[in-house]
Design a protein around this ligand. Structure first.
Ligand code: V47
Ligand code: SF4
Length: 382
């Protein structure tokens, strides 16, 4: 049965409320759903229903194509001046002896490890170290670009950028232009968490607020750079907070069209100050992804970041709106293994990521950071 036929059959079922049927009709008509509709989906939508709508949207946009990229991560430091309650990674105030900070030479050594390998992106993100300033990172970016000009540099959350720019006493426009001139091309989506001050003051009071996060991404978009957006879900926030968060992103995307993808991030509870909060169930995870796909109509891509969600659950999300599995990351990514993800050493080869996608009856497509297609795989190529 095609995804249209699935929805049409749902529209005839008595067990589905008229409100849900109206939303399904809007989706079929390519009409935007409202924030009230999103709440109805959260409150009344069963996963079969949500999956049918999310799948329809995903298949209309990309058919069975499922994107991934070949990238590697550099985490310059886990030392952080901030103290987000959900963070299992920062070591400024906790165990200082477990802190690390990499010199520019050490980071270039990581870059050089990938010489001759077909990676297209380096993702640079870490804690906020008082000594690693804008000039330090501009120099690093220049060195990476000089060594490997074709490598796309995606780096620094709005939290890191806000701190760097304030410390350098530069406006957001000036600071971003400097980084762009050095060779920074895109921003990752981290640091967004939940924009609502009601939640933010409880989970990450001291870092850039929601307005600042949005403004930094807008600044990047206005300079022609692209970025991603995340949402940390499954902790103390309500459905209304999630919808408000997505609504602010959707409104900005209408204005700038600079976001490539939306990434719901499941809160993991190990070894942080929110460990008493139970993690969300798989049903709640499915709802978060499917409703994101239905609501964020102007975001091209929906990404399941498998090192955090776990590869099996990320694979499952390919039936609930997800079209992107991030990358074939190597074992340098620590933020999730430290927070309790089952992916303790997140490494997946191209063959493994392709198999995961084939097993979900989808087609693996290697992409670059801005979603140009590099290679469409057939089962025998992987
Ligand atoms: O902002 C921290 C999250 C983010 C926990 O743009 C946690 O392509 C769950 O944003 N449980 C940083 N999440 C990572 C990030 C990211 C990752 C991969 C790809 C991209 C992209 C962006 O990690 C933080 C925060 O929301 N995080 N601690 C935790 N305990
Ligand atoms: Fe620092 Fe980021 Fe951890 Fe917050 S989430 S404490 S900003 S490393």
């Amino acid at each position: 049965m095609s995804s249209i036929e699935t929805i049409q059959s749902l529209l005839t079922q008595d067990s589905i409320s008229q409100d849900l049927k109206n939303i399904a009709q809007k989706v079929l008509n390519h009409e935007r759903i409202s924030t009230d509709d999103a709440l109805t989906l959260y409150q009344q939508g069963e996963i079969g229903f949500l999956g049918a709508l999310a799948n329809f949207i995903r298949e209309e946009k990309f058919g069975d194509k499922t994107f991934f990229n070949r990238n590697f991560h550099i985490e310059p430091t886990n030392v952080c001046v901030f103290s987000c309650a959900f963070c299992s990674y920062s070591r400024m105030y906790k165990n200082k002896e477990e802190g690390w900070e990499l010199s520019a030479d050490q980071m270039m050594h990581i870059v050089k490890k990938y010489d001759g390998q077909p990676v297209t992106e380096v993702h640079i993100v870490g804690g906020v170290h008082p000594k690693m300033d804008l000039d330090f990172f501009c120099d690093l970016i220049r060195q990476i670009k000089a060594h490997r000009p074709d490598l796309h540099i995606k780096g620094f959350t709005a939290v890191e950028l806000d701190y760097m720019f304030r410390k350098a006493k530069l406006s957001r426009e000036e600071g971003m232009a400097k980084l762009k001139e050095a060779g920074l091309q895109s921003l990752p989506g981290g640091g967004a968490e939940i924009f609502s001050p009601e939640v933010r003051t409880k989970i990450c009071e001291d870092k850039v607020d929601g307005e600042g996060w949005l403004d930094i991404h807008k600044t990047a978009h206005q300079l022609g750079m692209h970025s991603n957006a995340t949402m940390l879900y499954g902790h103390i926030e309500s459905y209304e907070h999630r919808i408000d968060h997505m609504n602010q992103l959707r409104a900005m995307q209408d204005e700038t069209k600079g976001f490539n993808c939306f990434i719901p991030l499941k809160f993991r509870n190990q070894d942080n100050d929110m460990s008493d909060i139970a993690e969300s169930s798989i049903i709640e995870d499915i709802k978060a992804y499917a409703i994101a796909r239905i609501f964020m109509d102007n975001f091209p891509h929906l990404k399941a970041y498998w090192p955090m969600l776990g590869r099996n659950n990320a694979q499952l999300m390919l039936n609930f709106g997800v079209d992107d599995l991030d990358g074939t990351i190597d074992d340098s990514t620590k933020i999730y293994s430290m927070a309790g993800s089952e992916e303790q050493t997140p490494a997946m080869s191209t063959e493994q990521i392709c198999d995961l996608i084939y097993d979900a009856n989808r087609i693996p497509v290697e992409r670059d950071t801005v979603y140009n297609e590099i290679n469409i795989f057939q089962r025998e190529d992987a």
